[in-house]
Design a protein around this ligand. Structure first.
Ligand code: ZN
Length: 85
């Protein structure tokens, strides 16, 4: 985890990593779901009687999606992970 925490996320944004962690805590301040744009899957917000995409989509069709924020550790450090699905 120490190595992962020391990487620059902007320099390594297209790389994939594998790490094994133990979930130690859930982020209580984060909602477990959100209304997602059915086209680009970004967050939507209420807009009148419908929804507005936080991206640039013209669509207002939404689907609820899970977003689980948790803290994981491997003994060398910890990090927050955001799981979508
Ligand atoms: Zn969208």
């Amino acid at each position: 985890m120490v190595e992962l925490n020391n990487t620059d996320p902007w320099e390594t944004k297209n790389r994939a990593y594998i790490c094994t962690v133990t979930v130690t805590k859930l982020s209580a301040s984060q909602s477990w779901w959100f209304q997602s744009c059915s086209h680009c899957h970004k967050t939507t917000t209420s807009y009148g009687s419908g929804y507005k995409c936080s991206g640039h989509c013209q669509t207002v069709t939404t689907i609820p999606k899970y977003r689980l924020c948790l803290i994981g550790t491997d003994g060398t450090g910890s990090a927050e992970f955001v799981l979508f699905g």
